[in-house]
Design a protein around this ligand. Structure first.
Ligand SMILES: C[S@@+](CC[C@H](N)C(=O)[O-])C[C@H]1O[C@@H](n2cnc3c(N)ncnc32)[C@H](O)[C@@H]1O
Length: 194
């Protein structure tokens, strides 16, 4: 299943079919960067590195993980003017973070914009645990996930997100909206590790 999905994402990058790749960091993340003092961040499913670029601009150190090598090479290109010690990029499956020992965990901030919601149960429980383990105490997790819809296997319902993450993290806020790229319901979540 993960391999099939990775192949599909790879094909979309090869075809240039990436409607999510707007080159703009979402305002929900910009607001968090304005609020928090710079530290270290991890972007899961980092795509072409737009959020990492803006983290670096805001004075953060940042690591990014994506399992599509084309995404990682586009991200490397985007970030090449920044000092290499300030960021790391990994071509790796986010459901296998335990094998990624070079991550600079624990992080002050972990971000998942449209990545984890393609992971299905039972792997979701391990994903939530792995994120919580890599956050500092008091650290922030920002999640953007579309809601399930009949024509797609992707999507997490808000009640499932709560069930998945609240054993490890507290939910600070949840904001529901519409993903204009797919015309479907989606949500932002801000969580915190106690
Ligand atoms: C919808 S795109 C969003 C990309 C980026 N976060 C953004 O907002 O521009 C989802 C990204 O997650 C990556 N992805 C999905 N599942 C993944 C997994 N299990 N491991 C690593 N990357 C994954 C895809 O390759 C893709 O780049």
């Amino acid at each position: 299943m993960t391999e099939d999905r990775c192949k599909r994402f790879s094909q979309r990058y090869a075809d240039g079919d990436m409607p999510w790749d707007t080159g703009i960091t979402p305002p929900e993340i910009i607001d968090i960067l304005a609020e928090l003092s710079p530290g270290t961040a991890l972007d899961l499913g980092c795509g072409t590195g737009t959020v990492i670029r803006d983290l670096l601009e805001a004075g953060w150190g940042a690591d990014g993980v994506d399992y599509v090598d084309r995404a990682i090479s586009l991200a490397s290109e985007k970030l090449r003017s920044y000092p290499i010690h300030r960021y790391q990029l990994f071509c790796h499956d986010v459901t296998k973070l335990d094998a990624l020992t070079a991550l600079r965990a624990p992080y002050d901030l972990i971000i998942d914009i449209g990545c984890g919601h393609s992971i299905a149960a039972p792997a979701t429980a391990d994903y939530a645990r792995a994120i919580a383990e890599r956050l500092k105490s008091g650290g922030t997790f920002m999640l953007y996930a579309s809601h399930p819809r009949p024509d797609s296997t992707v999507g997490w319902a808000p009640r499932d997100v709560r069930a998945m993450f609240t054993p490890f993290l507290e939910l600070v806020w949840h904001q529901q909206g519409t993903d204009s790229a797919i015309g479907a319901a989606s949500s932002w979540y801000r969580m915190r590790k106690a």
